[in-house]
Design a protein around this ligand. Structure first.
Ligand code: NAP
Length: 247
């Protein structure tokens, strides 16, 4: 029996990196996928790849700019109208924008918090009733950068607090909705995805005890466990997937 047989999973930021790997991994375990992102080209391509690899499951791309709360409300309608009833919501979309303190502008602040925290808040608000009705679960993708134990870097003034807020939001939801749904949080360490424009990882590698960058499949495997029934008594967890970086 596949672990996610019959489940429908909405993944934000599915057009790239970790989200794309999760889409493939979840579909491999029998899930239908509602993939959300902005890039139509990459989104449609993902839906086609999934349809070819897993013809028994449904896969569809829903374009949405998640910084726009009205667009999220429209997305919810569109997903429902397409016959997708969401069992599992994965709030994964995010940006890694780093600034020295003196470089931060109100626009940069608004953008980073809008996508890294706001998108998860408004997506949760939009889908919470359906998730509770279906006794589903939520997985939020934060970062080790948001952990108190991992305060580091001179350019993390927006990214780290945004991910810390997402961790806190996850745990609040986990506690308040525990009778109906599970809510967990993944904290990846450095992963080789398009989020890094500079692919020279020589400065990062010494800080990773396991001695290698994470690959998207590492995160996708952990995510698959947390959203599946194998994690049936786990809620409010903050799981690091980081090769030991946060030790
Ligand atoms: N890679 C790492 O080392 C690492 C480490 C810790 C945490 N994380 C977290 O993991 C998550 C995924 O990161 P990744 O490495 O896979 O990054 P990525 O390859 O750059 O992918 C980011 C995804 O977010 C989507 N996105 C960004 N802004 C959006 C917006 N306004 N509306 C809708 N979608 C938007 C992008 O979609 P479009 O391009 O289609 O807009 C893309 O699918 C992020 O939250 C990131 O902070 C990553």
């Amino acid at each position: 029996m596949q672990r996610l047989q019959g489940k429908t999973i909405l993944i934000t930021g599915a057009t790239s990196g970790l989200g794309k790997a999760m889409a493939h991994r979840f579909a491999e375990e029998g899930a239908s996928i509602a993939a959300v992102g902005r890039s139509r080209e990459r989104g449609e391509r993902l839906a086609e790849e999934l349809a070819v690899r897993f013809p028994a499951n449904r896969a569809r791309f829903f374009p949405c700019d998640l910084t726009d709360a009205d667009a999220i409300a429209e997305l919810r309608e569109e997903v429902a109208a397409s016959g997708f009833a969401i069992d599992i919501l994965v709030n994964n979309a995010g940006v890694f924008q780093t600034y020295l303190l003196e470089e931060i502008t109100p626009e940069a602040y608004d953008h980073v918090f809008r996508i890294n925290v706001g998108a998860a808040i408004f997506m949760t608000q939009a889908f919470i009733a359906e998730l509770c009705e279906r006794h589903g679960n939520i997985l939020n993708v934060a970062s080790i950068g948001g952990l108190q134990s991992h305060i580091a870097g001179s350019r993390q003034y927006l990214y780290a607090p945004s991910k810390a807020a997402l961790i806190e939001f996850s745990q609040l939801c986990a506690k308040n909705y525990a009778k109906s749904i599970r809510v967990n949080c993944l904290c990846p360490g450095p992963n080789d995805t398009p989020i890094y424009e500079n692919k020279d990882f020589s400065r990062i590698l010494p800080s990773i005890p396991m001695g290698r960058m994470g690959q998207p499949i590492d995160v996708a495997r952990a995510a698959c466990f947390l959203v599946s029934e194998e994690a049936s008594y786990i809620t409010g967890a903050v799981l690091t997937v980081d090769g030991g970086s946060s030790i």
